[in-house]
Design a protein. Sequence first.
Length: 206
Amino acid sequence: MSDRVIQLHMPLAHEDLAYRVKELYDRIDAVYVSAARDAGFSCAGCDGAKCCAVDLILHTFAEQLYLRRGLDTLDAARRDGILTNCTLTLHAKESDPFGESYRDAVCVLNEAGLCALYKYRPMICRLAGIPHLIFRPDGTKRFGEGCGKFRSEIEPRLPDLRIDRTAFYREMGSIELGVVRVTGRRSTSRTVAETLAFADPDQLIP
Ligand code: SF4
């Protein structure tokens, strides 16, 4: 029997995955908070409508699992409210993915500009707002701009400020590779609503 077949029969170690995701999120937060503090940048006063897009995608099982775990920390009433919102959002997407009721919606976790699962929010949410760069494996660089608030308030005085996301993306890739090794498949990409709509996190497994 090959190593690969043995690995396919190993259970996914959810605790290990959650631990690695949390560790990575902590590193991201430290870099982001430091950059934001030095620049004098803050999300205060922003409703997050642009950053908290309804079709924000989570590409890895590890992040989906972590977010789904966050939902389980809420009390039943709050959780049910979010799940109802997920159902409505998924229905709007299914009925007319390009229609106004779906395209004009924000992420199901955005409650009056605040994230209902802030401690569990995905990597992309933690990095939003400040411009970034990524070093690709072929040595080229990719740049991404900041949000409107950053562009108007910070960029004129700090035009070169960028967060290097390369190490973060590599680490997330490494975590997800562990999932692929165990399951033999790539994870299904899902929106936040699609991720939370699963009653049991095990159903998320690719
Ligand atoms: S998970 Fe939270 S921070 Fe991320 S898009 Fe949704 S509401 Fe915004």
